[in-house]
Design a protein. Sequence first.
Length: 573
Amino acid sequence: MKNDNVLPLNLDEDKELVVIGNSFSEELADQVKQHHENTTLIKSSSGSLTDEQKELVEEADKVIVGTYTYNVSTRADDHPQMQLMHDVMNTTDGDVIGIGIRNPYDIMAYPEVDAFIAQYGFRAASFEATAETLFGENDPSGELPVAIPAQDGGTLYPFGTGLSYGDHGDEDEDGNEDEEENEEEHDGSFQLGVEELLDEEKALIEGKKVGLITNPTGVDQELNSIVDILHNDKDVDLTALYGPEHGVRGSAQAGEYVDFYTDEQTGLPVYSLYGKTRKPTPEMLEDIDVLMFDIQDVGTRFYTYIYTMAYAMEAAQENDIPFIVLDRPNPIGGEKVEGPVLDTDYKSFVGNYPIPLRHGMTVGELAKLFNNEYDIGADLTVVEMDGYDRSMDYNDTDMSFVAPSPNMPTVDTAYVYPGAALIEGTNVSEGRGTTRPFELIGAPFINSTELAEAMNKLDLPGVRFRAASFTPAFSKHAGELTHGVQLHVMDRDKFNPVVTGVHLVKTIHDMYPADFQFREENSSGISFFDYLIGNGWVREGIENGQSVSSMQKIWEKELKGFKNIREQYLLYK
């Protein structure tokens, strides 16, 4: 975007190069060092350089500063990273090169910089391409898809701005640049709903009393808590917090009730939605102008946060309060839809609506479906993500995975959960109390080698089973040596977690008939397994020797109707 005869760099080996920044500074420095060994990293979250850092900057031939912003406040003059940039420019007589790691708008805060590259992403390939561009191994050919305004209201860089070192880029026989490479340069510009809210949709909450339903997953891509962001924003009046199962700070175990308390960090009241009530009462909402939901789901019907959202939508409608959902990715992808659709005779807090076990939707899409199909009728706004598509899973976003509950530590857990969690409806351990919940499955009465062999003989797509023994620290079989298998997902695209989970339950049932048990039935003749699977006929089929493939054919027919409904509420391609 800007180059005052600084780029490409052509430095003698003894010339010193300094890379400065906070977020993603190591990634940037590592790639720069591949091209110039004499490179020093200064990682700083401060708004000024120390005396020692100033000495390094003064001695450097060139200085590269990486900035990472996601809204207006993070590129304001008083933000520490922009103060640091100005301190660098005031300290050195050499050239300063700015890298807008995520946003081209960063240059608005330091237009006097000698050169500026809009990186547009924070994947490994993005940093590699930036380093190659800095040293002339890559000829930049991108153009701004937006206009960059100046601080005085004019235009700093018009739409379509883009500098090049020359016309020696890769061309096809017709003289056209390789479109695929061009697209990759812009790939990775991804924003969460919370970031879109703060960047583009802040009017939804400005000057209003906001109630926030969240937990530890309510963070931006720099892992800043939405609670802290809103609490410290002078334009927003964050009035109350509401905690789902496991609480706002995520410290409670599954099924553990959470009482009302005051948040130590903010002093705000925290109302539990997993205690005496699971639906906000009018008293809980009396000081609220708008109610907002920002929690990471895991893509499975029986994960309870989506019903906390639905109950809160009902309460918002009943109390004439607008409801906002800040959308987040489905961590196991938004394309596959698998497993039985819930029979409404088996409604519970682990399945409140007729959706399949793996629904393939984001929380924002589910909110729209619940609101319209099941007559909630809330004044609903979904703040959509930017740069998300249905084929992406959580790893494709390059975000750090924050555990949404104590026994959901990784994306690997989320992938096996739609099927492996069916084990919760039995007397077999689902791995709670270990470091690999839902991946480790076992019981003291199981022979791990025999079970692993039996499961591997099924040749289920995308998964292998390893004989494993473990001792749960709590939950089922706590303190007992337990034998079973660990699920290893080898190919996520081929893996069907629901089919795998039903096969696992059936195999253990058939191999150990004297020891295996489904959880006890309640007074209505319903086992917890039935609530999880969403019907009574799968348990009956397992007990009567029915094959999993015949059961799968039945639920596949049910899926057709849901898929038609689902299609109406998809927000992303």
